[in-house]
Design a protein around this ligand. Structure first.
Ligand SMILES: Cc1cc2nc3c(=O)[nH]c(=O)nc-3n(C[C@H](O)[C@H](O)[C@H](O)COP(=O)(O)OP(=O)(O)OC[C@H]3O[C@@H](n4cnc5c(N)ncnc54)[C@H](O)[C@@H]3O)c2cc1C
Length: 283
């Protein structure tokens, strides 16, 4: 059996590149479309896209964000990046693969443009066709264990609660798309919080899907409050095959997870969660 510690095996001083799952490579912008008030889709193309792996609809990648002049030093591997001066190396930010078309070497990412106080959002606002950026992604390797995603529900799960703010909406819609293709699409309750009515994007629909868009008051910075309220009103089903996926602002997601696990006594194994950003802090 292949053990995952194999990633640390060296032959002499050379690590076999095929063992490495995470790779850095350049991609170029080939399209940029405004989807709604807050979401902009950027399509990237690069010859390494065909090697990227997607284990789940919430599969994430990292982008090495260029400076205001569009410059970023080339990164070849994580060790090199870690060794760079923390104050001057390019910031890395995490995004979700919304679509991938390996046959065309194309990948779509839906960016929330939240202003220019963060380097990634500032870059995405200004980005134009032809601009290049480095991506770090999970790629083909002999290591087969899923990585870079959280949506890995047990096979027997047949009822779901999905909670997402705008940063996690691209992943959450991907999850709905996946569930909609099940032979019998399952019972799902979903709460998605967004800044603007116009951000209630198109999703698949089926009779057992109860999707609730929660639109914040215009300009409100009370992030994820609507999601907390919704979670606290949600009647937990008495179903052993129930599964929860939560993602959004870190403090709010922690609050909801603790509420479900401690107040509602939902087994931790039935909850998967991820803080996608932290209010007032760069992560
Ligand atoms: C697994 C994963 C998947 C993700 N997928 C996506 C995705 O597909 N699309 C997407 O848009 N984001 C996604 N995110 C969230 C994104 O990485 C963060 O929003 C990130 O902080 C943006 O970087 P930045 O450089 O713009 O801001 P930062 O430098 O990280 O932060 C600067 C300031 O902006 C604030 N800030 C950060 N994000 C927001 C926001 N959305 N709204 C308001 N204020 C904010 C911070 O609190 C901080 O005060 C994902 C995060 C994770 C962990």
């Amino acid at each position: 059996m292949v053990r995952f510690s194999i990633i640390t095996i060296n032959i002499g001083r050379t690590m076999l590149p095929k063992l490495k799952k995470m790779r850095f490579f350049s991609v170029k912008i080939i399209a940029k479309i405004k989807l709604s008030h807050s979401f902009t889709r950027i399509t990237f193309q690069g010859e390494n896209v065909k090697n990227m792996l997607t284990y789940a609809p919430d599969q994430w990648i990292k982008l090495s964000i260029p400076d205001a002049n569009g410059f970023a030093p080339k990164i070849t591997n994580q060790e090199q990046y870690n060794a760079m001066d923390k104050n001057t190396r390019p910031p890395m930010r995490t995004y979700t693969i919304r679509h991938i078309r390996r046959e065309l070497n194309e990948v779509d990412i839906d960016f929330v443009l939240h202003g220019d106080e963060g380097p990634a959002s500032a870059w995405a606002i200004k980005a134009k066709i032809g601009d290049e950026i480095q991506m770090r992604a999970h790629c083909h390797s002999i290591i087969k264990k899923p990585a870079g995603c959280r949506w890995l529900p047990p096979e027997e799960a047949n009822e779901f609660l999905l909670i997402a703010d705008e940063t996690a909406v691209p992943a959450a819609i991907g999850i709905l798309e996946q569930l909609s293709h099940y032979k019998d699409p399952p019972k799902v309750t979903a709460y998605f919080e967004v800044p603007h009515q116009d951000d209630c994007l198109e999703t698949p629909n089926w009779p057992e899907l109860n999707l609730n868009w929660q639109v914040r008051n215009e300009g409100s910075h009370d992030y994820n409050r609507l999601l907390i309220n919704a979670a606290e009103k949600f009647n937990l089903p008495q179903n052993n095959r129930f599964y929860v996926w939560l993602a959004g602002e870190t403090t709010a997601i922690r609050h909801i997870r603790l509420y479900l696990a401690e107040d509602k006594k939902l087994n931790n194994e039935k909850i998967t969660f991820a803080g996608y950003w932290k209010l007032g802090q760069a992560i």
